[in-house]
Design a protein around this ligand. Sequence first.
Ligand code: ATP
Length: 258
Amino acid sequence: MTLIEARDLTVRLGGATVLEGVDLALEPGEIVTIVGPNGSGKSTLLRALLGIQPLASGRVTRKPGLRLGYVPQRLHIDAGLPLTVRRFLSLPRRHGAADTAAVLARVSMAGMEERQMLGLSGGQLQRVLLARALLARPDILVLDEPTQGLDQPGEAAFYELIEEVRAEFGCAILMVSHDLHVVMSASDRVICLNGHVCCQGTPHVVSNAPEYRALFGLGTRGTLALYQHDHDHHHDHDHDHDRGPAAAPAKMSEADHV
Ligand SMILES: Nc1ncnc2c1ncn2[C@@H]1O[C@H](COP(=O)(O)OP(=O)(O)OP(=O)(O)O)[C@@H](O)[C@H]1O
């Protein structure tokens, strides 16, 4: 059964249309990655799916009783606010000490309950955020650029952990990522967003589809262009990224088959 489905989503922020006509569905156990240039509406789409972003129009349907775990892009903690890992994990809902200890151990943070949140390294903070999301026993783990600011080994380790968590918890994963290797290797499906869904498909199909190569002009740069394309080019066929949110999804006969 589909976990969550968005139909024809439109979101306006500060008078601008940030998302328009976006459709998306997530099936159990899938890893789906949203890519797109800065400001293309990726975080807004996640927030809309989470139900914390009002819609101008469209609909989000959730499986009854659906549990969502969210790992945000950033966490603002007041510099003067003492906040231990234990306290943070009990917000907004308290969990038993054993559950907290188990989930911290799962993210390789065993025994860190009394550490101050402000004293954690970037990688440790991401693990604590993941632990908090896992405490909700989510059907879907939603991650917004979860490895931002981590070095390469930290990034690789974090995504390895995500895959392990999916296998163990059986949850679907929906994430925004700028990390090419994640997009190409760890995702079942890639959605390319620029205010609208430009194209989508499995990473393999998308990166190999002639339509995709024509669309993004991969040339000799290979799959790197999947990550690097910036939607500021023109091409001869009927899909124009420059139209922004009002544009229709690309016609990608192969790549659209998901
Ligand atoms: N509260 C707001 N009021 C007005 N405009 C906003 C607001 N929040 C976001 N926006 C605008 O909406 C657009 C989409 O923002 P969003 O954060 O969803 O993009 P993104 O694809 O996640 O970007 P990035 O890759 O930089 O994180 C941007 O142009 C942003 O400036």
